[in-house]
Design a protein around this ligand. Structure first.
Ligand SMILES: Nc1ncnc2c1ncn2[C@@H]1O[C@H](COP(=O)(O)OP(=O)(O)OP(=O)(O)O)[C@@H](O)[C@H]1O
Length: 218
């Protein structure tokens, strides 16, 4: 089943064609790695799919409906976006992990939070930690947990394991693979070609604002 359709997406800034008309379909359950040289437009495309920046021209359809037909809050719950240098707010890890519950007007499910912390190799004590005391890799993991407390339909990831050591990067990859097997569709910008879990079923190769090639891996 087709979950996302990209129709001739263009993005122009100051007369520069950053994205030059990208069209493709994404099936539910796809796990796609997006690769390409620096400046080829990978992050820009992901931000458009995350509904964070408006495209200059084109359409994105989610479950056959235009993005603009959805309530933006609902869309953000279903299409979740996580970046390399995530923004954590306030002072503590708890404030950040409480946020997804807060916007749903729910009490924090502490058990769920602990389960995810442990899954990401962080223990319960992290809940009360000051975010300013976290390493880059710990911040990346806290941000990822914030995105995954409520499982999204689509997960958009931009270099989310860049600050992690090999073991933690592999751990996250394994977890994302499990989510994918449960039906979450994943688009993941990664420079790490040696992803060892065989997680991806497709690869998009971008160059100069275009989708140069689409490879089917399995
Ligand atoms: N708002 C903007 N204003 C000016 N230039 C922009 C803007 N957004 C993107 N660009 C330019 O568009 C090009 C593509 O940027 P983008 O971040 O999407 O590339 P990328 O493939 O993700 O690169 P990297 O692998 O280095 O992260 C770059 O040259 C960037 O400088």
């Amino acid at each position: 089943m087709n979950i996302l359709s990209l129709k001739d997406i263009k993005y122009v800034v100051d007369g520069m064609d950053i994205l030059k008309g990208i069209s493709t379909d994404i099936d539910k359950g796809d796990c796609i790695s997006i690769v390409g040289p620096s400046g080829s437009g990978k992050s820009t495309l992901i931000k458009i799919l995350a509904d964070l920046i408006p495209m200059t021209q084109g359409e994105v359809l989610y479950k056959n409906k235009h993005y603009r037909e959805y309530d933006p809050i609902q869309l953000r719950r279903e299409v979740s976006y996580c970046i390399q240098l995530p923004h954590l707010f306030g002072y503590t890890v708890e404030e950040n992990l409480m946020f997804p519950f807060k916007i749903r007007k729910e009490q924090m499910n502490r058990q769920r939070v602990i389960e995810l912390l442990e899954r990401m190799n962080l223990n319960e004590s992290y809940i009360s930690k000051d975010i300013h005391a976290l390493s880059g890799g710990e911040k990346q993991r806290v941000a990822l947990i914030r995105n995954l407390i409520f499982t999204p339909q689509i997960l958009l990831l931009d270099e989310v394991t860049s600050a992690l050591d090999k073991e933690n990067a592999l751990n996250i990859e394994t977890y994302i693979k499990e989510l994918n097997e449960e039906g979450v569709t994943v688009l993941w910008i990664t420079h790490n070609e040696a992803q060892s879990t065989g997680i991806f079923n497709k690869r998009w190769i971008m160059e100069e604002g275009q989708l140069l090639r689409l490879e089917v891996i399995r």
